[in-house]
Design a protein around this ligand. Structure first.
Ligand SMILES: C[S@@+](CC[C@H](N)C(=O)[O-])C[C@H]1O[C@@H](n2cnc3c(N)ncnc32)[C@H](O)[C@@H]1O
Length: 292
């Protein structure tokens, strides 16, 4: 019998799996699990950007480094990922080294990681051909300055792709439970209190336009599922873990006190929904940096 044909992301997927085993109790486990589980939609998007061999790519707020790594798995790029969280950068470096060691990168490509804030990128003007930013604008207050920094480090004509959430693009039948609605509301308010915005998706095109980009595409990235929703679902555990991490911030909003939050999280953990249709979408905006 013939063996399975190796796929371009096999080595990358094995590297994510090894990193998940390495430190199962890390604070950002939810993000690493999500990174490992959401490969297909992310890879479809980055593949559609048409990044050419030789391109210099910057991924801002790179997390576990999935975008630079997966671009380097399909094209001979020089990719750099930056993040403010040095722990995730250490893991991103291990993942990239492991994928490279097992032949997961296109020959001639390279992936490096640095600690840096999107608001003060440590790169000279026009250092990059492509810049990507996924699920970072939702967390930062000064999104105009972030966009100015992207424009500065990209060469004229360079490509930016910014992807983010918009909680307005979420529907469910049956409607989410009252416990879910209360907790989601407090989670959104906690993010807003830190300067973030879970409705940022709809503003991305305007931000890029105002920051010196010609917007060439606004894409809706939908996800939909139908079925039995059970306490044992892996997605449920991921959601609860993320909510528990934000616990203090949610209580600080004053929308829920400790015991109300505990009761809602317990209800959420136990919920069984027979036949739930859930649809949500992220937004991706692609732009070209206008000449000076
Ligand atoms: C939700 S994660 C997304 C990670 C990655 N972009 C992805 O698509 O998987 C958001 C990341 O942005 C980083 N981040 C938040 N604020 C930042 C800032 N001001 N500058 C750089 N990175 C930032 C966080 O540390 C975190 O790793």
């Amino acid at each position: 019998m013939m063996g399975a044909v190796p796929q371009p992301f096999d080595a990358v997927d094995r590297a994510y799996a090894a990193e998940l085993q390495r430190e199962p109790d890390r604070r950002t486990r939810w993000l690493l699990q999500q990174t490992a589980a959401t490969g297909p939609s992310r890879r479809a998007l980055i593949g559609s950007l048409g990044v050419a061999a030789g391109a210099r790519v910057l991924d801002v707020g790179t997390g576990f480094g999935c975008v630079p790594l997966e671009l380097a798995a399909i094209a001979a790029v020089t990719a750099v990922g930056v993040d403010v969280d040095v722990d995730v950068l250490g893991a991103a470096t291990r993942i990239a080294e492991s994928a490279a060691a097992s032949g997961g990168l296109v020959p001639g490509s390279s992936v490096r990681f640095h600690a840096a804030d999107v608001l003060a990128l440590p790169f000279a003007a026009a250092s990059f051909d492509v810049a990507t930013v996924r699920f970072v604008y939702e967390h930062i207050a000064d999104r105009d300055l972030a966009t100015d920094e992207l424009a500065r480090v990209l060469r004229p004509g360079g490509l930016a792709c910014v992807v983010d959430v918009d909680d307005g693009l979420s529907i469910s039948d049956p409607e989410p439970s009252a416990a879910f609605a209360r907790v989601a509301n407090a989670f959104r308010a906690a993010q807003a209190a830190r300067g973030g915005d879970r409705y940022v998706g709809r503003t991305l095109a305007r931000l890029l336009d105002a920051g010196g980009f010609d917007v060439t595409a606004v894409l809706v990235l939908p996800q939909a599922a139908y079925g039995l929703s059970l306490p044992s679902d892996p997605g449920r555990a991921l959601l609860l873990e993320r909510l528990r991490l934000a616990r203090a911030d949610m209580v600080a909003t004053g929308l829920l006190d400790d015991s109300e939050l505990d009761a809602d999280l317990a209800d959420l953990a136990a919920e069984v929904v027979h036949g739930q249709c859930q649809v949500e979408a992220h937004l991706a905006v692609v732009g070209r940096r206008r000449p000076d």
